[in-house]
Design a protein around this ligand. Structure first.
Ligand SMILES: [Mg+2]
Length: 169
C-alpha cells in the first residue's frame, strides 16, 4: 500500500508548474483541496490559480463526500469544470478506469491532487498516476472526517517508526 505522495505542497497555488508539465488530465479532490470542507466556499487565490491551470491542462474534480450531488452544480459553475459522479469512491481502481476512459488518457499522463493519503494519494499511486499532496486548507467540521484525519496521522507516525526496518525513505 503506497500512501507516500510523489510531491507535497502547502496548497494548490504552491504547486510547481514543472510537476504538472505534460500532464493531460488533472484529477482534483474538492474538500480541503479546492473548497473548504463540505461547503461551496473557495479562496480567491485558489480560484484564480485554478483558472490559470485550466488553460494548460484538462481538469476534472471528484469527491468522496456524500453531499457532493447537492453541491455539484454550484461547484461546477464556480470552477467551470466537471465534477465527476460515480458509484465508486477513491481509491477505487474501477473509478480510475472510468475517468481515464472518459477523458481518453493513460495513467502516466494523469496527476491526482488532494489532501488525503488514504484516498487521493493512494488513488494515484495504485493506478500509476502522479500523486500530489496538499495540506488541508481548513479544518474538518464533521466528526467522522476529524477522526479519519487523526487515524491517518497515527498510521503515518507508525509507518515512520517502522520505515527504517522496511528500508523506506
Ligand atoms: Mg479532501
Amino acid at each position: 500500500m503506497d500512501i507516500y505522495p510523489r510531491y507535497t505542497f502547502k496548497d494548490v497555488t504552491e504547486i510547481d508548474p514543472k510537476v504538472l508539465e505534460g500532464k493531460k488530465l488533472l484529477i482534483f479532490d474538492i474538500d480541503n483541496t479546492l473548497f473548504y470542507s463540505e461547503t461551496i466556499k473557495i479562496r480567491k487565490d485558489i480560484l484564480h490559480w485554478f483558472k490559470g491551470v485550466k488553460k494548460k491542462h484538462r481538469v476534472v474534480c471528484f469527491s468522496n463526500s456524500f453531499s457532493i450531488r447537492k453541491r455539484r452544480p454550484m461547484i461546477e459553475y464556480t470552477l467551470g469544470c466537471e465534477v465527476y459522479l460515480s458509484t465508486e469512491r477513491k481509491p477505487s481502481k474501477k473509478l480510475f478506469k472510468e475517468i481515464t476512459k472518459r477523458y481518453r488518457v493513460s495513467a502516466k499522463d494523469v496527476a491526482v491532487i488532494g489532501d488525503f493519503h488514504f484516498t487521493d494519494v493512494l488513488f494515484a499511486n495504485r493506478n500509476k498516476a502522479t500523486s500530489i499532496l496538499v495540506r488541508p486548507i481548513g479544518g474538518d467540521h464533521k466528526l467522522i472526517l476529524r477522526i479519519a484525519r487523526v487515524l491517518e496521522n497515527v498510521v503515518l507516525f507508525l509507518l515512520e517508526l517502522v520505515s527504517p526496518l522496511l528500508g523506506k525513505h
